[in-house]
Design a protein around this ligand. Structure first.
Ligand code: KG4
Ligand code: ZN
Length: 382
């Protein structure tokens, strides 16, 4: 197919009135996922093959094992997503794939699958940033949300901001996952500017490492949350690292070390006290740790909102599944003057999934932002 013909085909797909079906593919870490989403928000299928069992005994994701498992699962998962959506390849308008950031050896599996299918089926390819996709999940939370028309944005330029029905002003997006903790200035699904990120451990990584110290089951986030339910969040005063009064960056390695010292002694030479601790003591450590992390996340989100005059806060990423974080962020938004609108990713779309990839793919499709067969995975890209 010539380039001119291909572009003409894409243009006719963009402007046709029938719904647009995007196949999303996600393999950035330890979930092999595929989904078919119509018009950016109608979920026709969502298949996730989790590798949790494979990585459990190592207490974290082993890249080589993740890569091999993705290779085994990717085509069955895609086939299942197509079958469950009750569509055929002819109904798919484009293939969106997460190509950054993440584990390169894992991302490459999804990227090769997407390029192969795109080439074989003659479908356009769309490159998706995994973190922007997490943010897109938060936008799935509001049924009444009117998303902007990116084609209009492209033709009229950023001066059109005020006229758009979507966000009534700038929004701050907090993305908290196992690999990243980021704050963005968000104007639309396609207009994001990084405001701050972690300088060491991500929030989810801290949950996972503290869970390992407390000998709670893997993955750590949900285990800490469960243990914390019965604990006293004020029992232990763990540090809140703020990195200066203006900083929008995060640091969570200090709190992880503080928990370690609390359990093993300052010189790490003492006995591991965890084995002899009562359930209540473990619960108190979990609750105190969780409160300290949430305090930092809220303070930084508040600073970012003040800085850009945000009227809306978006929350996404695996740690966004945490009920205490959801509750306290809602309280913060309610008590702001004037109150801020909070959009939180629905629980099934907090941890890694392909719905968020396909949903963001729709907006890039409408904007004509396509990739080609030179697309490569990249470990970085905030
Ligand atoms: O977004 P995600 O699935 O993968 C990455 O992109 O990294 O996030 C996974 C992270 C893990 O660190 C996991 O422990 C954390 O999200 N997590 C939670 C909860 N559920 C998952 N952290 C705190 N509370 C939870 N309920
Ligand atoms: Zn993720």
């Amino acid at each position: 197919m010539t380039d001119a013909l291909r572009l003409a085909n894409i243009h006719s797909m963009q402007t046709k009135s029938k719904s647009v079906n995007i196949l999303g593919i996600e393999t950035s870490c330890d979930e092999t996922a595929a989904a078919v989403v119509a018009d950016g928000r109608v979920v026709k299928s969502s298949i996730i093959a989790s590798q949790t069992k494979l990585h459990e005994k190592y207490g974290g994701v082993v890249p080589e094992i993740a890569s091999r498992a993705h290779i085994e699962k990717i085509y069955p998962v895609i086939a299942e997503a197509i079958t469950q959506a009750s569509v055929t390849k002819n109904d798919i308008d484009a293939i969106a794939v997460a190509n950054q950031p993440g584990l390169t050896v894992a991302l490459v599996v999804g990227v090769i699958a997407a390029k192969t299918l795109g080439f074989a089926w003659g479908k356009p390819l769309i490159a998706i940033n995994h973190l922007y996709a997490h943010l897109q999940s938060a936008m799935l939370s509001d049924d009444n949300l009117q998303l902007p028309a990116p084609l209009e944005i492209l033709t009229k330029g950023p001066s059109n901001h005020q006229k758009r029905p979507f966000l009534t002003g700038p929004a701050v997006a907090l993305i908290v996952s196992g690999g990243h903790t980021c704050l963005y200035d968000c104007r639309s699904p396609l207009e994001l500017k990084l405001l701050g990120s972690t300088i060491d451990d991500a929030a989810g990584e801290a949950f996972d490492k503290v869970a390992a110290i407390l000998k709670l089951p893997y993955p750590g986030g949900p285990s800490i949350e469960k243990a914390a339910e019965k604990g006293n969040p004020d029992a232990i005063k763990f540090p809140r690292t703020m990195l200066g009064p203006q900083s929008l960056d995060f640091s969570f390695s200090g709190i992880k070390t503080a928990v370690l010292y609390y359990c093993r002694g300052q010189d790490m030479k003492g006995e591991d006290k965890v084995d002899s601790m009562s359930r209540q003591q473990i619960a108190d450590i979990a609750a105190s740790f969780q409160k300290a992390v949430i305090d930092v996340l809220l303070e930084k989100t508040h600073r970012a909102a003040e800085k850009i005059g945000a009227k809306t806060i978006l929350l996404g990423g695996g740690v966004a599944a945490n009920n205490e974080l959801r509750k306290r962020l809602q309280q913060m938004c309610n008590s702001a003057a004037p109150p801020k609108k909070l959009l939180v990713a629905p629980k099934p779309y907090c941890t890694d999934n392909a719905v968020m990839v396909a949903s963001l793919g729709y907006h890039k499709f409408k904007a004509g932002l396509f990739a080609d067969l030179t697309l490569e995975p990249s470990a970085t890209g905030l």
